[in-house]
Design a protein around this ligand. Sequence first.
Ligand code: 5GP
Length: 113
Amino acid sequence: MATIFDKIIAREIPADIVFEDENVLAFRDIHPQAPVHVLFIPKRAVPTLNDLGEGDEAVVGRLAVAAAAYAKREGFADDGYRVVMNCNRDGGQTVFHIHLHLLAGRPMAWPPG
Ligand code: 5GP
């Protein structure tokens, strides 16, 4: 099922895009939870982490590589950051197109809420 992220990929709705390549799109979260809050999504729609299987390793790997490269480019890689992928109800997932949250710019608490 199409989600709001498919519309962002198709440029049907606007987003503040910070990175794009053949497989990955990254844009600022509309409700940022930290000074830096960017979502890294695969262009191929996968609803949840549970829908990944053997052969899909690169789908998530590319998100992590793109996020780390962004952190280095933006100069906060050494200070640190957090990446989060929420899955289904208990994980707090609200958009069913997998995405990696990159949060930075303030110290992060642990355990998460
Ligand atoms: P989830 O809760 O599924 O892990 O995260 C979904 C994220 O997408 C939320 O942080 C939410 O603020 C963000 N989001 C939802 N709709 C939009 C939108 O239309 N544009 C942008 N940029 N972010 C969105």
